[in-house]
Design a protein around this ligand. Sequence first.
Ligand code: HEM
Length: 403
Amino acid sequence: MTTSTTPRTELPPFPLSRRGDVLPAEAERLRAEQPVARVRTMTGDEAWLVSNYQLAKQVLEDDRFSLKDTANPGVPRQYALTIPPEVVNNMGNINSAGLRDAVMKTLSPRADRELGSWLEAQAHRLLDRVIAEGAPADLRDAFAEPYSAALHCRLIGIPTDDWRRLMSGIDVAFITSPQPFEGSTPNWYKDLGYLLDRLNADPAPTRGLLGRFVELRRSPEVSEQVSDELLATVALSLFGAGAVSTSAFLQHAIIALAQQPELADRLRAEPAVIGRAVDELLRYNLSIGDALPRIALADVKLGEVEIRAGELVLVLIEGANYDPEVFPEPEKIDFDRVSNPHLAFGGGRHFCPASALGRTHAEIALTALVQRLPGLRLALPVEQLAWRPGFIKRLPERLPVLW
Ligand code: HEM
């Protein structure tokens, strides 16, 4: 029997390569030949992959491409949902519950005057231990994860010692799977239960987001409208969104500095460059392993392609951030780039609300690292790094270094 549907094998598969140290050749080829290309996702659905800067920005800034609607039943998907569908519209829920101010204050590095010196102390405390134990050291387990997680425990207002339980929840919540899997629901509710307990702990939390929520809950208008479950959901989703993004980016930045020691030497000699350096490392980093998904709410012309309402559009951040039209010599890490309008924090309505915090976190960590570990290099050939399969981030399973 013949059929008129496209054979499943003909479309390029998405996601692209898991390796995080080299730009996938496919990203470059697609950008040059077909910046809006039909691809097949791991669920077997078809999607449009957008891989140049101008069109990526257009999608992110056009509200006819919706993030919220990616959670609807029956829409084409990038991978199965592992969190409750309503959590996808996280910032929308935060805004409509009147929690925006509390959340934005929590995410603002300027709202916490002690944050900078506290982060610096965390970084040096972890590096003291790395140095005392000697090289080689795994900077993922001994530095990037505990440092990022400690920041997020402080933001949320939970004990730092509880970081591992929440980080291991993320290991499950951010799996990319073709179909829903058994562990994802209990994983979510286990961590939600933990945050509900912390919210209602006696004595009540006084610090961080939970401290703010406890205050807000005292006002009758808020307590009538906002359930404890919503407050705990907001706290859990912020921990999830932030801890993995910051830790993954830091690991990618460390790999880049370890491979190009002249860049680390420059940061040691000229610490004031760190702001521009972090932005350039953000542009260069490949930690986002999936694409930013949107569902078209209307028919929209995108470049040469007519996107139909209901179709899935995937924005490939590495496609945009290595676009030579905007970033000359994109493969080069250049701390002196004059203009660096990268999309590492997304764009438009869903632009990361914690970009300033993400930058501060990395600036302090990398400054401490280059000072304390001069001669930093990978302890194995870069090709031997094991990249985690089936995860939304490109993450090395171990990050062994020498110095
Ligand atoms: C280097 C660190 C970070 C990077 C590279 C990063 C990257 C991103 C990107 C690309 C988006 C856009 C997603 C989309 O458009 O679909 C985003 C959104 C978001 N990020 Fe970040 N992020 C970082 C740190 C953080 C931190 C520390 C937090 C919170 C503690 C956070 C919370 C969020 C939230 C809540 C959103 C959703 C915004 C919305 O839907 O409107 N991020 N981030």
